[in-house]
Write a protein that binds this ligand. Structure first.
Ligand SMILES: [Mg+2]
Length: 261
């Protein structure tokens, strides 16, 4: 495993349910002191990049917004690049505001060219999903901020956007364009921002499919941590096994030192 640059997942790796993983701060400090470049690639779609940076600050991590890559930011860039003017945003209110502001689009139920689905939480009602279904039948494109199945919340596992995206795909027979992990464009954009190459970069995540599998398909190495949503049975079924498994990101310094011998 060549480890010269790092992509690091946030939820489940740096924190769980708003609490920092013990030792995460030390691991980040180690990367900084050793001069390893790194970026954060999150599939979190309930919160804006600004909120995520503020939340990290509150946990004692000083991470500039520009070092955090989110599906919402990728979707805004996509909508803007493709000259979309209106969209239906089935997301939390703050993510809808972030996408509209950075993509320069409006929400209009009758003219939406794109239906953007993130982890909308309690906004996933029959009415909203059915409105989205009808827009798709009218020819709108389906954009999934992410298709994760679940994440680890404060009091247990939580459904992510994936099951709802799958419902719309099933109903329409179409396939969503996925913005976040495991989309290769998402990993490559984060690597390019620090001038890193896939062959010498490592993705660290708690999801063996979207984090590790996505990164490995893209030419990176994957490190899986046993925190967050980690489940032993998912690891056993993984088509792309990780190069290393750590109990948590706290073990990263020791692991890198062992690689260097
Ligand atoms: Mg995660």
């Amino acid at each position: 495993m060549h480890a010269e640059a790092f992509l690091i997942d946030l939820d489940g790796v740096m924190y769980v349910g708003g609490t920092a993983i013990p030792g995460a701060r030390g691991a980040i400090r180690f990367l900084e002191e050793q001069g390893y470049p790194f970026r954060f690639v999150s599939n979190t779609t309930r919160k804006s990049r600004e909120t995520l940076a503020g939340q990290l600050e509150g946990m004692g991590f000083s991470i500039p917004e520009t070092h955090i890559f989110t599906p919402a930011a990728a979707a805004a860039a996509y909508l803007s690049r493709n000259h979309r003017k209106s969209a239906m945003l089935l997301t939390t209110a703050e993510v809808a505001v972030e996408i509209m502001a950075s993509a320069g689009i409006v929400q209009h139920p009758d003219t939406a060219e794109s239906v953007v689905v993130g982890d909308a939480g309690d906004r996933f009602t029959y009415g909203e999903l059915n409105d989205a279904f009808r827009r798709l039948l009218e020819g709108a494109e389906l954009i999934a901020l992410e298709k994760d199945r679940y994440w680890m919340g404060t009091d247990g596992m939580m459904l992510s956007a994936g099951p709802f995206v799958a419902a719309l795909e099933y109903a329409t027979g179409g396939e969503a364009l996925v913005m976040g992990k495991p989309s290769p464009a998402f990993f490559l954009q984060a690597l390019a921002s620090m001038g890193a190459e896939p062959a010498t970069a490592v993705m660290i995540g708690d999801d063996v499919v979207t984090d590790v599998g996505g990164a490995v398909s893209c030419g990176l190495s994957g490190i899986l941590v046993r925190t967050g949503k980690f489940r032993e049975e998912m690891l056993a079924r993984a088509p792309h096994p990780p190069a290393a498994i750590l109990d948590s990101i706290a073990d990263l310094p020791r692991h890198l030192q062992s690689l260097r011998g």
